[in-house]
Write a new protein. Structure first.
Length: 630
């Protein structure tokens, strides 16, 4: 026996397969710890590796029959040679899927050693990834901030990390990394009556509030207080009420308002009023599907009615300013908006707990939008209203509702980022037609990222920096697929309002609708919608129109996604197909996958595929077959 160690994986070669399996099992945990300690860049940079020795691999042979009734076939782990009988000319694809929360290194994934009967990759060649482009991929991604045309809108939308990473703390309790409360002690919250606080007597154009925002001390507005939390300086800035609606207040930080015509990072009264009108229009419609935002707040004395501690009562407050202070002329990237649950804590709770983040609370229902994007890209910003409102509702439906009914801290629910963002982008998708939003200003504009880079971010990943665009695209695409194939608004409503989060919320929603599916099964079928461009009506597809919110969710042709290059020239892209050999393997990210074009046949008959030996039990390999597209 020989044991080799490289930068990604322990690879064990042994002529005795029984011994191989025992050693692999013993080293599994150690290997995964070592693998996941590698950073993202170094892991991907070393992904292209040659073939492993197959001399000791004596797997079995099995056969399948394709007659058009089944399109996806799982390759058993013990199979070396797969014989495929087809009744007509076909296109053959392969999908490698990771059904775990760990990254599976490239070298540990299976590949096709040899084939017969199949012709070359023909029309798919331009979509196949070659080694040279892959080696240069990360440097390209790192420079995307200054590249227009990556999405169909040309705008790179970033997330606001402090809000994204915030886990709502239980006062006196600890929170583990999984988003649930670690200990099992009795839950400390009980509702405590408080003296009512009269809502703010607001007058548009004159009423001011001093609000915590992520802006430095400089600026014409006075900074009443300043705090450094993490690496960001936050200050209290005066903001003036510039518009009101039935359900919202629009506050504009004074530095970012103009009495003239809106321009640059400054908004005018009309922009503020349009924001209020749009939000009032979608408020009840979104609540009908996604549930209700919380009317409670977290105080040292318990969970209390929001009207007893917030001077804005039950109204949603939308704060407008230059998020992250990053405005520059012609800006093409930035954060459009964010919801931050720290505002659902009272000032007294922050003082008692000493938590620096909840010390930034503005005490009420708040989310934040960027002044420059409101001025320059108003339709995109109106779509963002739906996105951020869903985040607020998600916090209410999952976290606050579970806090109220929990008997143990472990029963409090916090959605993982991927599922929360998926639901927010589905909300935008559902309201798009009602708001008359163009595709370039909707989450559909994210799909070019999916088509070109899906393999760099698994479904449950959430990458950082410019890489986060890929995570957004992947989360949206999966949500769009779910809604269009498994129940539309009914399914989404169940996911949004049931007493579960993440994968389990999806499984329970499918069950509630009487569907014989689970998250794992619909994830397995997801690859069908991404590679089968000549499907039967029973195959899941993005190209379906289903009911949305006061309108339709439009059909999406995932094989003809429109994008523009830096010169404004339009192109069509589809999910990229990798080659099937050892040298084109890449890491399988958590709940990620790679898509491959195996080849095609010109007639009915049989074909044989020889595969490499399996290494990871979390990897599943599938063949997908369709009638040959002419």
């Amino acid at each position: 026996m020989r044991l080799f160690l490289d930068a990604q994986l322990f690879v064990v070669y042994n002529q005795d397969m029984l011994l191989f399996k025992k050693i692999a099992l013993l080293l599994g945990c150690l290997a995964f710890c070592f693998i996941t300690s590698c950073n993202f860049v170094s892991s991907v940079g070393a992904a292209l590796l040659g073939a492993q020795s197959e001399s000791d691999w004596s797997g079995s042979t099995t056969s399948i029959i394709y007659d058009g009734t089944q399109v996806q076939f799982e390759l058993p782990n013990n199979v070396r040679t797969l014989n495929v009988q087809v009744n007509q000319p076909v296109d053959v694809f392969m999908a490698k899927m990771n059904f775990s929360s760990q990254t599976l290194p490239a070298r540990s994934t299976r590949y096709i050693v040899s084939t017969n009967t199949l012709s070359a990759e023909n029309q798919f060649a331009s979509n196949s990834l070659n080694p040279e482009s892959y080696r240069n991929l990360l440097s390209d991604l790192d420079s995307l901030e200054d590249v227009s045309g990556i999405t169909s809108s040309g705008i790179i939308r970033k997330d606001f990390a402090p809000a994204r990473d915030f886990v709502p703390p239980v006062l006196g309790g600890d929170v583990d990394k999984g988003g649930r409360f670690a200990d099992e002690s009795s839950f400390p919250y009980v509702s405590t009556p408080m003296k009512a606080v009269l809502p703010l007597k607001a007058t548009v154009g004159s009423t001011q509030k001093n609000l915590w925002v992520d802006l430095p001390k400089s600026g014409s507005g006075s900074s009443l207080e300043s705090k450094l939390v993490g690496t960001i300086t936050y200050t209290k800035r005066p903001a003036t009420l510039r518009a009101t609606g039935a359900y919202c207040n629009i506050w504009v930080v004074n530095d970012y308002f103009t009495s003239a015509t809106a321009s640059g990072s400054k908004v005018d009264t009309d922009a503020a009023q349009n924001l209020a009108t749009k939000f009032d229009d979608i408020y009840s419609k979104i609540r009908d599907v996604f549930g209700k935002e919380s009317d409670k707040m977290i105080d040292t004395r318990g969970i209390v009615d929001i009207s007893t501690v917030s001077d804005t009562g039950t109204k949603v407050n939308i704060v407008v300013y230059d998020i992250e202070g990053d405005y520059k002329s012609g800006q093409q990237s930035g954060t459009l908006g964010y919801f931050w649950a720290k505002d659902y804590y009272t000032t007294s709770s922050a003082q008692t707990s000493g938590d620096a983040t909840i010390g930034l609370t503005n005490e009420g229902k708040y989310f934040y939008v960027d002044s420059y994007f409101l001025t320059a890209f108003p339709q995109m910003l109106y779509s963002t209203l739906a996105h951020e409102f869903q985040h607020m509702i998600n916090f209410g439906e999952k976290t606050m509702n579970s806090m109220e009914s929990a008997t143990m801290q472990s029963e409090v629910l916090v959605s993982q980022t991927w599922s929360n963002e998926m639901m927010s982008m589905v909300c935008e998708d559902m309201i798009q037609q009602h708001l008359n939003i163009e595709d370039k200003d909707s989450p559909i504009a994210r799909l070019p990222w999916l088509c070109q880079y899906y393999y760099l971010s698994g479904l449950t990943d959430w990458l950082s920096g410019n890489h986060v665009q890929i995570s957004y695209a992947g989360a949206y695409a999966f949500g769009a697929y779910l809604a269009r194939n498994y129940g539309g608004t009914q399914l989404i409503k169940e996911i949004a309002t049931n007493n579960y989060v993440d994968q389990q919320a999806i499984t329970q929603a499918l069950k509630k609708l009487g569907k014989n599916e689970t998250f794992e099964l619909v994830f397995e079928k997801y690859v069908q919608a991404l590679v089968l461009d000549n499907p039967s009506t029973t195959v899941p597809s993005f190209n379906k129109s289903v009911d949305g919110i006061n309108g339709k969710m439009k059909a999406i042709d995932i094989f003809n996604v429109k994008t523009e290059d830096e010169l404004g020239r339009e192109h069509s892209v589809r999910p990229i197909l990798l080659k099937t050999d050892a040298n084109n393997r890449v890491d399988l990210r958590p709940y990620g996958f790679t898509l491959h074009k195996v080849g095609n046949t010109n007639s009915a008959g049989s074909l044989a595929l020889t595969f490499s030996s399996p290494v990871n039990s979390s990897e599943k390999v599938y063949l997908l077959i369709q009638p040959r597209k002419k």
